[in-house]
Write a new protein. Structure first.
Length: 226
């Protein structure tokens, strides 16, 4: 049983090595334009992973509006949790002053801050995805210029030199599309998830604001009666 296992590991390592070298040859054949494309792709996917982890935390173990209203009424705030509405509630509780008009402004402030946090980095992801095909187009132009220079110098007899320029043009175009298509698709999915979380946040904030307005109205009536 040991020999087949070791053999499979050796084959897998060999395949990985061949894949790494073929990827390196592919990148080198694309020319210097591949460098910013690869860096942009790595940055884009790092931001995508960060957003996915952040949204997963903000959508987990959240608090509902009735429980939040009970906290505003004097109940103890629940401990732990990383949900979006729970985060807004904790920020509001730390910043509120006890004066209703000011507290409503505080609630709007912490809600706007959470909303900006939801949409943070999404424009950067979309920009990096949109830049990739433009860099691919730049590589296409450079490759075609290189091909025409070879034709002007040697005619069409030097097929190897012509193939080098054509490979630059095709590889960069392909790489730009391979980066842009999944990047734009994932960016759209992240934007939809951010809007869904934002909608739940707005509903939660309106519920709390309505409770504060009713408290202000009740306080005003009590002061008028006295």
């Amino acid at each position: 049983m040991m020999a087949p296992t070791l053999g499979a590991i050796a084959i897998a390592n060999l395949d990985l090595t061949e894949l790494a070298w073929s990827t390196w040859d592919y990148a080198v054949a694309g020319g210097w334009v591949m460098i910013p494309m690869i860096i942009g792709s790595i940055a884009m996917w790092a931001l995508i992973i960060e957003r996915l982890r952040s949204f997963a935390e903000l959508d987990r173990d959240d608090i509902e509006a009735p429980a939040a209203l009970a906290v505003l009424g004097g109940s103890r705030a629940p401990e732990g949790g990383s949900g979006l509405r729970r985060m807004v509630l904790h920020r509001y509780l730390r910043a509120r002053t006890g004066r209703v008009n000011i507290d409503r402004a505080v609630l709007r402030h912490v809600t706007d801050r959470a909303r900006r946090q939801l949409h943070g980095r999404l424009p950067v992801i979309r920009t990096l995805a949109a830049i990739a095909p433009l860099l691919g187009l730049l590589g296409t132009v450079l490759g075609m210029i290189q091909t025409f220079q070879v034709i002007a110098q040697f005619g069409t007899s030097n097929a190897r030199a012509m193939a080098s320029g054509i490979s630059v043009a095709l590889i960069t175009t392909e790489t730009g599309l391979l980066i842009a298509i999944p990047g734009l698709f994932v960016a759209g999915a992240l934007s939809r998830r951010a809007r869904r979380l934002e909608s739940a946040l707005d509903e939660f904030s309106l519920t709390l604001d309505r409770s504060l307005r009713e408290e202000a109205r009740a306080t005003g009536l009590m002061e008028a009666a006295s």
